[in-house]
Design a protein around this ligand. Structure first.
Ligand code: PMP
Length: 489
């Protein structure tokens, strides 16, 4: 059921799915509104003019009380759900009762909270009672409002009568989803038109091979700057398909730093220079980028993708697995300069050839449709937050809070990474008394903070604080750390 209400000069739509305990309400442009009404076949075509809908809404009387979950969205409890199944979660306070008669008529909504469309912080600030703060490195936490929107659209996407999971990848509905996802990503990262955006499968690990296969001949030299385990893995795979060389490795310093770029001894004829922009395990992040001798920089941005603005034009290729900052696992995004496409080695499997995917708009074979849809919802959310400049501000604030707690603990907690290259996304730390680590993880889990154990290869702790981790989550972790220290120092 779809109904509309004018709120501060803006139309809000709400889609009520009887299988869901909540109704998702969000602002809708008039053009979309028309599309939804037509495809939902709820109203007669003569009612497709939003002005007439506004008028009708004014004349309807049934009130409902909704709760603002953010400046851009509202949640409304769905009374029919009670007949189906008791909701497992309770986001709404019990005082927020819903008095809507469903599903037969147009209704208007009176909001218990004011909506301010100018505010650029649509992420839900409060965490639902039965969700944990998930500090996992990936798959990782996703924005709560994105999950709720996906839930509300899961059963019947925009009145299409289908879930996104059931759609043909060549149908007009899915085409609109993938095109919007690409267009929003282009806006977010200001991707120049000379770059192709590919939505692929196989994870970033597959790109470790795809990159040399697409860019060079087997006997051509390429350089790898290795600042952590992922860069090392990328190099090892590249060795199979090129003359790959490590021009600098931080291994002897346990991957805690990035070298100065001036002193780098790049191979004179290297076809590209590969970096891992953020090492997820070691928490080392490039704040600036080296200039390769021949101008072609390739970056694995899996764990800091869309966490801050990036000048895409500095890179030949940027690639990232989605499952940290922008969606579920199963989607790998490759941003590649178009003139680099079309020179793959003969042995390149067709699924690794950029030309095949670029020529077919990522639809050569069946793409990870649902994952791409979820990425699209995240891109929409990042844009609604004000874009990557705003997102970076929030990420900096969270990271500063956590690093200052570590640095201010008199050595009880320690972060081994050189300060200037500490990651905004993955914060590794150790305890002065390693024997307390297991207890730290256990006690934190009791407080609903999970996945804080460091990667098995390095031990210690790691808090991944990607875009979707709220400031409240980091504040709670910091408070817990101080408390834990007071008990055990
Ligand atoms: N690069 C980086 C920086 C990563 O963090 C990861 C996964 N954690 C990978 C590559 C591998 O990604 P995938 O599992 O998607 O192949």
């Amino acid at each position: 059921m779809i109904a509309f209400t004018p709120t501060i000069g803006r139309l809000y739509s709400y889609i009520i799915n009887i299988n869901s305990p909540y109704t998702y309400i969000y602002p809708l442009e008039d053009s979309k509104l028309k599309h939804i009404i037509r495809s939902a076949k709820i109203l007669s075509p003569s009612l497709c003019d939003p002005r007439s809908i506004r008028h009708r809404v004014h004349t309807t009387t049934t009130p409902a009380i909704a709760m603002a979950t953010s400046s851009h969205s509202l949640l409304l409890q769905n009374p029919n759900r009670a007949l189906l199944k008791t909701p497992s979660r309770s986001i709404l306070p019990t005082t927020h009762l819903n008095t809507v008669n469903l599903p037969t008529k147009l209704i208007s909504i009176r909001c218990a909270a004011t909506t301010q469309t100018q505010d650029h912080s649509p992420l839900t600030q409060t965490q639902s009672q039965d969700r944990v703060f998930n500090f996992a490195a990936g798959p990782a936490t996703l924005p709560e409002n994105v999950l709720l929107k996906a839930e509300s659209e899961l059963y019947n996407w925009h009145g299409s009568g289908m879930s996104v999971m059931e759609m043909s990848h060549r149908g007009k509905e899915f085409l609109s989803i993938i095109q919007k996802a690409e267009s929003d990503l282009r806006t977010l990262l200001k991707i120049p038109s000379e770059y192709a955006v590919l939505f692929l499968q196989g994870g970033a690990t597959t790109q470790f091979a795809a990159i040399p296969l697409n860019l060079v001949k087997p006997d051509e030299p390429v350089d790898y700057l290795v600042t952590g385990s992922w860069g090392d893995k990328a190099f090892k795979e590249a060795q199979k398909f090129s003359k790959a060389k490590v021009i600098w490795s931080g291994k002897s310093d346990k991957y805690t730093r990035i070298p100065s770029f001036e002193g780098l001894e790049q191979s004179p004829d290297a076809k590209y220079l590969h970096i891992c922009a953020n090492e997820t395990i070691h928490g080392v992040e490039f704040k600036d980028y080296p200039t390769p001798k021949n101008g072609l920089l390739v970056a694995d941005m899996s764990s800091n993708f869309c966490s801050k603005p990036v000048d895409v034009s500095k890179f030949g290729i940027i690639y990232a697995g989605a499952q940290k900052n922008v969606g579920p696992s199963g989607v790998t995004i490759v941003i590649v300069r178009k003139d680099l496409i079309g020179n793959a080695q003969e042995i390149t499997p067709i699924m690794l050839e950029y030309k095949i995917h670029a020529d077919n708009n990522s639809l050569y074979n069946t793409p990870p449709c649902y994952g791409i849809y979820m990425c699209g919802l995240v891109f929409e959310d990042l844009l609604a937050q004000g874009g990557l400049e705003e997102v970076e501000k929030k990420n900096k604030k969270k990271a500063e809070l956590l690093y200052s707690a570590i640095d201010g603990s008199n050595g009880f907690y320690r972060c081994p990474v050189e300060r200037s290259v500490r990651s905004l996304m993955n914060v590794p730390f150790t305890l002065e008394k390693p024997e307390l680590e297991a207890e730290f993880v256990k006690e934190a889990a009791k407080e609903k903070m999970v996945q804080l154990k460091g990667h098995r290869s390095v031990g210690g702790m790691r808090a991944s604080i990607y875009n979707a981790m709220s400031l409240a989550g980091v504040e709670k972790l910091v408070a817990f750390m101080k408390d834990f220290q007071a008990k055990h120092a």
